[in-house]
Structure formats: C-alpha cells, structure tokens
Design a protein around this ligand. Structure first.
Ligand SMILES: Nc1ncnc2c1ncn2[C@@H]1O[C@H](COP(=O)(O)OP(=O)(O)OP(=O)(O)O)[C@@H](O)[C@H]1O
Ligand SMILES: [Mg+2]
Length: 250
C-alpha cells in the first residue's frame, strides 16, 4: 500500500464532565493508506467512536496531530474544516441519519448543496449515479419510511459517495441489521474498496471485521494490536451459502 490518507500522531482526547476527566484516547499513532479497508475494533468504551469523530472533524483532539490527505487539520479554522469535511469525507452511521419526509434522491443530493459550483442538474445526475452504485436507482422517489433498514443504509452509503470522498468513515454501519442484510452491506463495501475506495469501519463484532483487510484493536484509549486479515471473508460467497428461507422464495 502507498500513500497515507490519514495520519494521526500522539492523539489524545480528554472529556471533562463535572469534576471528572475521562481519558478517551491516551496517545494513538495510526495510519490509513490509500485503498485501505480497516476495521477499528475494541470493547465498549475503548475509544472507537471518539477516534472516528476526530477523524471526521466532528470533534477536536486535546493533543496530537491529524493529517488528512496531506492537510494538517489542527491548523484549519472552522470554515476550512467544514469545507474539508464535506469534500474529503463520507460518513455512515448505525442509525442511517437520513432526513425523514425527504426522498432518497434528495437525501443523497444533500452534501452537494454545500458546493456552489455544482448546479442542480449535475447535483441530480451525481445523486442518481450514487444511487445506481448501491443498487437503488429504482427507489429514488421513496421516503426513508418506505424503505427497509438495509435500503436506508444503502441510501446513506450513496450519500457518503456523492462527493467522491478520499475516505469513508463508518461507525457500526451494520449494527441495526440482520445477518443477511449485514452481509449485503459488506458486499457493497467490499466492492467499493475493490474499486479503490479507502474505508475505515468501526465495529465491535469480530465476524464483521473479517470482511476487511486490516484490523486495528483499541483498548482503554490506545491501540492494543494491529493485524492484517489473513482469512478474509468474501461477502458474495457467504451470502450464497446462507440458507434460503422457503417462505420468502418467489
Ligand atoms: N461526550 C462525551 N463526554 C464525556 N465522556 C465521553 C463522551 N464521549 C465518550 N465519552 C467517554 O469516552 C470513552 C470512550 O467512548 P467511545 O464512545 O469512544 O467508546 P466506543 O469504543 O465507541 O464504545 P461503544 O462500542 O460502546 O460505542 C468512554 O469512557 C465514554 O464514556
Ligand atoms: Mg461507539
């Protein structure tokens, strides 16, 4: 692997709650490379979401440096950070975070509204293309409540892709989904990664982490262990091997 898209050094994050200080990150050095597909794993409270929020510029570190695509994020002001967040990062959350009473297409178009160079025709074309990539072009006029959980997560993935970000950050993106739907979402992530997309995926589930190329395990705010996944799962194969529920066969 080549260029570091993400590089953090000596990263610390303290939260102050009343008299108490929580050391959520206690000095993390980590690199994510172009084309990487890395799981951030670890027990509840180990600092995974804190790390992802800092990588996503939703939160600032208490100490340490963060370079994203060669830019020192600590030197950026609020407006610059908002711009970088919108242009360089795609986010996917456990709870989809789609706007209700807003069509799939409009949800996917949303990140492009912040870019004044993109006019409405191009905005729509790019959103449709992103929905095609997740296999949902035929549902673009549906509202979130007219879509299944897996489909809503696909819309969220399309929304994360529409700006062609340098990295996708996902936090427990399969956490609300059943096994088959989780595998289908992992199949989509594996295809995106095969096509070159860099992905950082937070999960506490070791079987989900086996779909990725690399596992980074957090413990008490530090990296405990990093390893390449040697016996990697192939989502397409696992889906084919799932038992067919005859009640639902057409
Ligand atoms: N906004 C906050 N204010 C105070 N403490 C916080 C805040 N966010 C997280 N923490 C604390 O920081 C530590 C790390 O939390 P974090 O959410 O990063 O864990 P996590 O690994 O994502 O856990 P989970 O698997 O449960 O999602 C925990 O002890 C948590 O209580
Ligand atoms: Mg978390």
């Amino acid at each position: 692997m080549s260029k570091a898209i993400i590089k953090v050094s000596e990263l610390r994050k303290d939260y102050h709650v009343g008299e108490m200080t929580v050391h959520a990150l206690r000095g993390v050095d980590m690199e994510i490379y172009e084309g990487d597909f890395a799981a951030i794993m670890g027990a509840s409270g180990s600092g995974k979401s804190t790390m992802l929020n800092i990588l996503g510029c939703l939160d600032k570190p208490s100490y340490g440096e963060y370079h994203l695509d060669g830019v020192n994020m600590g030197k950026m002001n609020k407006n610059q950070l908002a711009g970088l967040r919108n242009n360089k990062l795609g986010f996917i959350f456990q709870s989809y975070n789609l706007l209700p009473r807003t069509t799939a297409l409009e949800n996917v178009e949303l990140p492009l509204f912040y870019n004044s160079k993109v006019k409405s025709k191009e905005r729509k074309e790019r959103a449709i293309y992103a929905l095609e990539q997740v296999g949902l072009a035929d549902r673009m006029d549906h509202m979130p409540n007219q879509l299944s959980g897996g489909q809503q997560q696909r819309v969220a993935i399309a929304r994360s892709l529409v700006n062609d970000p340098v990295v996708i950050l996902a936090d427990e993106a399969t956490g609300n989904l059943d096994t088959r739907t989780s595998y289908e979402i992992m199949e989509l992530f594996q295809r995106l990664n095969d096509n070159g997309k860099t992905i950082v995926f937070v999960t506490h589930e070791s079987d989900i982490a086996r779909f990725m190329k690399r596992n980074i395990v957090f413990r008490d705010g530090r990296i405990q262990k990093e390893s390449a996944v040697t016996d990697r799962f192939n989502a397409t194969q696992l889906i084919e091997a799932l038992p067919v529920d005859e009640d639902y066969e057409s």
